[in-house]
Structure formats: structure tokens, C-alpha cells
Write a protein that binds this ligand. Structure first.
Ligand code: AGP
Length: 600
């Protein structure tokens, strides 16, 4: 998730911008930049990597007084992390910083190039500043030019724009990604930020901008384009602010899954097909089989995908745990597409597996959350999950966005190979569009998991059971619990319980049963009845009431099993977190674990 800062006032503009960007570092980034305006001159500084690289460039320049400026930390979604792709982006006399994704950037870019505008970056953002200048050159009116620009953009765009054509103003607009505007503590001061942290200590009164609200800020004050806004008071704790008011980064990341899945799908879902900027049909030409390789939670999204690939695109798909794959002398054929999945892009076993596949001459694709990581630099192609930085060691939003990308990829394959029927594709696309809604957490669900968690703090273990894609989901639920509660749990195929594990059934054995209405309900129901008959303690998660369970978490009835999948995932994530809280564990940094396992 990128970060935005802005400042108008008489204090040290570059210092305020750089300090603000430092407060946004926790959101993750791969490059940063500021543009500052003073005496009708705009200076811009950009750097790859950590903020101290940017700071060195700013400090090396001849210090000047700047009346205003904008800054940005970039988490790559379109185009590699490079200085050219770093924000702010320049037109002829204006700069812009942007959070979100411009879905129609390709057509706008083509239109502007035909009008003679020169582009230097691979980003979608750059179209904004050229569009603005194109209008302003015609109208000679920056306000109208800004309005016309906003009207042409589609997608998510929270932006700050400065221009030599109106050097005392910052133009702003919020649509999608968060943006806050604040009156500074000093007179004639205005500040902007994409989250609270950079503003704490510098401002008291803020407006958390709603979608569709924009305006123009200057030393004279803030002029809003409409009155759909209200003033609020800023929190005082930065730590609290970095977690956006949640208790843990993991909790924040569970709650932001709906938004990041929307980002993940932006520009990739149109009326009748899936589009991936990052790949083309040549990647799948001649492919008869898919082999997926990953570790931990990423392995679980891969396992989920194997069901979807075979069901939706009729392509053979198998999934391997990377640490096993590396040493098994695998048989690899060149008609296999080798897909590795990794949040960090640095997991040693997965990276080595990727190198083995490349050495064997296979086409390789990485589904990753961090651009410019070892895996994105190694694979033939990368699809970014756009989940933003994931701070919690127990992976949540990474798994969710991986699963969504892989579901989209299965449909991409199905359409490219003329396998999937038009009606079936439409049904799948409709369901995909509903995923963000299925990830919105209502208080009742969270309250239920909080109350239930007190009953699951002991016992001699947990079984998480499910069928089909709910089996990898059961594995993921079990892993979440193990990681942060340190209680023993295992995910198991529900149909396999009678082949041995049911011997463990007794009141002290907790079974979390995933019982979707839209997929094999009768089968899973009979599996759970077998356990109930042996007095196992059962918590079922289902849209349908099930009176044989001791506890029950109700999810919404839907018309697609994958929407049940994501609603159940939320319940599993919250239940694990609330059990961990009751046990007094460190939810974000559980013992013995690292966020990225870069060793064997
Ligand atoms: C997930 O909750 C774990 N923290 C862990 O299993 C993780 O998924 C695994 O180490 C793989 O990491 P990666 O996705 O960065 O490759």
C-alpha cells in the first residue's frame, strides 16, 4: 500500500515531508520521492529502496525555502520499482502523487501520446499529470483542468497535485485509497497524509476524506469541492495510528482484506474476461500441466488453486511443498507451467524450487506480494497480489489475495483455451466481484469468535476438517491456530477421518467443521455426524444451522462455494486470533517464527 504526504506552510517543508514518509514506512515500499515548490521553482527528489537514500539526495542539494510540497512511498503495482517509476510523476510543469490503480490508464495514455505528451514511466499514475496539463493548456484554468482530469479517471485514485501554473496550491482528491487533510498547528498550515501517523504532533483537526471528495488547499485555507466532509480529532498515539486503531497488525490486516482484494482485482476483471497486464498468452501456449510449489500458507492457496484449475480450465495441476520438492529428483516436463507462490518472494525453499524449474527449461510464474524480490527477479513472469505490506507473521491478506489471483488465473486459462462456457465464466466473474463484500466483517461475527474463544483454550487438540477447496482451507485454519495460540491442530480431509483419526474422537477433541452449502454439503454433514456420534466437541461453520454441533458460527447464504470459502476464512482467522489473545500470546510476533524464512 503506497503512502502519501503533503505540506503547505512556513516550516521546513522537506523535513516535514521526509518525517511524514518515515511514519509511513510500516506500510511497506520499494521507492520514494518528494516534489517541493518555492519561488515558482519545483525541485524533485526520488530514490529507490529505503528512505535514507532519498534523504541523502535531499540533503545533498542546496537547501532552499519551499512553500509547499508532496511526497510518496511506492509499493509497486504497475511497473518495476525504479526511480523513473517512483512518484511524484512530472508533466511539463506539474507533479502528482497517487495511491490506487487507474483502470483506464492504457486508453488515456494512448490518447495523450497521440496529443504529443511524452511519458517516461511504466506507471498508470503518470497519465494523471499529463491529463491535467492537457486540460490546463487548453483552458488556462487549473481548477477546471483538475475537475476535468478527475472526471476522466476510472479505478481508485487518491491524489495530490502541485503545479507551477498555480504555485501556491495543492490540488487533492480522494477515491478508493485513504487520504486525510488537516489544519496544521501553526497558522496558514495545511497537511495531507494517507494515514494518521505522519500528522500526529503536527495537527489536531483533520478530515478523513470520503470517496468523491476533493478540493484545493493553500496558505489561505482549504476549499472543498463539495460539503460531504466533517472535521474529526486526530489520535495522539503513533503506534495506535500505525495499526489504524486495531490492537494488532494481524487484526488490521484481517479487516483490510476486503479493500486489498478490491485492489488485487482492479484492472483485471472486465465484463467477460480476466486481464493480466503482467502476462500474455505466450506464457500458457503449449502448457498441458501446472505444477505449483510453495510453503506454509502459500502452499494452502496453491492447494486451493489446484481444485480451481482442474475444475475451471481442465488443466492438470498438482501442488508440492517446496522443501520436499527440492530433494525428490522431480520429473519435470517442458509442457508444465511452474508456478511458485510467496508473500515475501524470499522463502529459501520456494526460491530454490523455482531455480530448479528454470534450470529444467520450464516456463515459470511467481504469484508474489513484493516486487523486486528474489523470486520476481528470477521467474519469467510475476503477478503481484497488491496486498500491501503484511506485518503480522501469521499470514492473512496475502493468502486471500493469492487465492483470488489464482482463481482469476484459472479463469484466464479456461478462457484462453476455450474450455470454459460463457455462462459458467459469467457466473464465476459475478462471484469474484462479490468477494470483497464477503470479506467485510460484521461486529456480530467478531463478537461470536471472541465469545467462543474462551471454550477452546485447552483440550488435547483440534481437527479442522473440510472437503474439496475446504480441505486446504481447513489446513490454513489449523496453521493459523498453531502459529499464534501454540495449541496443536491439524487440517484433515473430512472423508479421511474414518480411516484412523476418528479414534481420537472424544469431548476433549475439538473439531472445527467447514460445512459449505454449495459444495458436498451432505457428504461433510455425514462426516460431522460420525464425529458427533462419538462425542467429539464440534464447532461448525456454515450458512445452514446444524443442531448436532456444540458451537456454531453462521455465515451468509450465497450462490457460490468460493464466497463461503472467504467468509469461513474470516471466521477462522478471527477465532485463532481471539484464542491467542486469551492465552496472552504475541499475536503479531509469535514465538519461534519469522515473517520470511530465508533459510532452509
Ligand atoms: C503463514 O502464516 C506463515 N507465516 C508461513 O507459513 C508462510 O506462509 C511461509 O513461510 C511462506 O512464506 P512466503 O509466502 O513468504 O513464501
Amino acid at each position: 500500500m503506497c503512502g502519501i504526504v503533503g505540506y503547505i506552510g512556513k516550516n521546513d517543508t522537506t523535513k516535514i515531508l521526509l518525517d511524514g514518509l518515515k511514519e509511513l514506512e510500516y506500510r511497506g515500499y520499494d521507492s520514494a520521492g518528494i516534489a517541493v515548490l518555492g519561488d515558482d521553482k519545483i525541485d524533485v527528489f526520488k530514490a529507490l529502496g529505503k528512505l535514507h537514500n532519498l534523504e541523502e539526495k535531499v540533503n545533498a542539494s542546496s537547501s532552499r525555502d519551499y512553500e509547499l510540497g508532496i511526497g510518496h512511498t511506492r509499493w509497486a503495482t504497475h511497473g518495476q520499482p525504479t526511480e523513473l517509476n517512483a512518484h511524484p510523476h512530472l508533466g511539463e510543469y506539474s507533479y502528482v502523487v497517487h495511491n490506487g490503480i487507474i483502470e483506464n490508464y492504457k486508453e488515456l495514455k494512448e490518447e495523450l501520446i497521440n496529443l504529443g505528451h511524452k511519458f517516461v514511466s511504466q506507471t498508470d499514475t503518470e497519465v494523471i499529470v499529463h491529463l491535467f496539463e492537457n486540460y490546463n493548456n487548453k483552458l488556462n484554468d487549473t481548477t477546471k483542468a483538475f475537475h476535468n482530469t478527475i472526471d476522466r479517471l476510472e479505478g481508485a485514485f487518491s491524489i495530490l497535485l502541485i503545479t507551477k501554473a498555480d504555485p501556491s496550491k495543492i490540488f487533492f482528491f480522494k477515491h478508493g485509497s485513504p487520504l486525510i487533510v488537516a489544519n496544521g498547528k501553526d497558522e496558514n498550515e495545511v497537511l495531507f497524509a494517507s494515514s494518521d501517523a505522519p500528522l500526529i504532533g503536527l495537527a489536531n483537526d483533520v478530515v478523513y476524506l470520503e470517496d468523491g471528495v476533493g478540493g484545493i488547499a493553500s496558505a489561505e485555507g482549504i476549499e472543498f469541492f463539495n460539503d460531504n466532509y466533517s472535521w474529526a480529532t486526530l489520535p495522539t498515539s503513533k503506534q495506535f495510528a500505525q495499526k489504524d486503531g486495531f490492537r494488532f497488525f494481524m487484526e488490521k490486516e484481517i479487516y483490510e482484506q476486503s479493500d486489498v482484494v478490491s485492489d488485487c482485482m482492479l484492472g483485471r476483471l472486465n465484463d467477460d474476461e480476466i486481464l493480466f497486464d503482467e502476462i500474455d498468452k505466450s506464457l500458457i501456449d503449449g502448457i498441458n500441466e501446472i505444477k505449483i510449489c510453495a510453503c506454509g500458507t502459500s502452499y494452502h492457496s496453491g492447494l486451493t488453486a489446484s481444485y480451481l484449475f482442474e475444475r475451471l480450465s481442465k488443466v492438470k495441476c498438482n501442488v508440492e511443498i517446496a522443501s520436499e520438492f527440492r530433494y525428490k529428483d522431480p520429473l519435470l516436463t517442458k509442457d508444465t507451467l511452474f508456478i511458485v507462490i510467496s508473500q515475501s518472494g524470499e522463502t529459501a525453499d520456494t526460491l530454490e524450487a523455482l531455480k530448479m524449474a528454470k534450470a529444467a527449461g520450464l516456463k515459470t510464474l511467481v504469484i508474489c506480494n513484493v516486487d523486486n524480490s528474489s523470486m520476481t527477479r528470477t521467474a519469467d513472469a510475476t503477478i503481484l497480489t497488491r496486498a500491501g505490506i503484511e506485518k503480522g507473521v501469521a499470514s492473512t491478506k496475502a493468502f486471500t489475495t493469492q487465492t483470488v489471483v489464482l482463481w482469476m488465473l484459472a479463469l484466464y486459462f479456461g478462457k484462453a483455451n476455450n474450455i470454459i462456457e460463457k455462462d459458467k465464466l459469467q457466473k464465476e466473474l459475478r462471484a469474484l466481484r462479490e468477494v470483497p463484500k464477503s470479506l467485510i466483517i460484521d461486529d456480530a461475527m467478531h463478537e461470536k469468535t471472541k465469545r467462543l474463544s474462551k471454550r477452546y483454550l485447552h483440550g488435547h487438540g483440534f481437527f479442522f476438517i473440510g472437503r474439496d477447496v475446504f480441505f486446504p482451507l481447513a489446513l490454513e485454519g489449523a496453521l493459523k491456530l498453531k502459529e499464534i495460540s501454540y495449541l496443536h491442530a491439524e487440517g484433515y480431509p473430512a472423508g479421511e477421518m474414518k480411516h484412523g483419526p476418528i479414534a481420537l474422537a472424544d469431548p476433549e477433541l475439538f473439531t472445527i467443521a467447514l460445512m459449505p452449502q454449495n459444495l458436498l454439503y451432505d457428504k461433510i454433514k455425514s462426516n460431522v455426524e460420525e464425529l458427533s456420534a462419538r462425542d467429539s466437541t464440534i464447532c461448525s461453520i456454515s450458512p445452514l444451522d446444524f443442531d448436532l454441533s456444540d458451537d456454531f458460527i453462521k455465515i451468509n447464504e450465497t450462490d457460490h462455494y468460493m464466497l463461503e470459502f472467504f467468509e469461513m476464512l474470516i471466521a477462522l482467522q478471527l477465532l485463532s486470533m481471539e484464542i491467542s489473545v486469551r492465552l496472552g500470546n504475541d499475536v503479531d510476533m509469535p514465538r519461534n517464527l519469522a515473517k520470511s524464512v530465508t533459510v532452509e
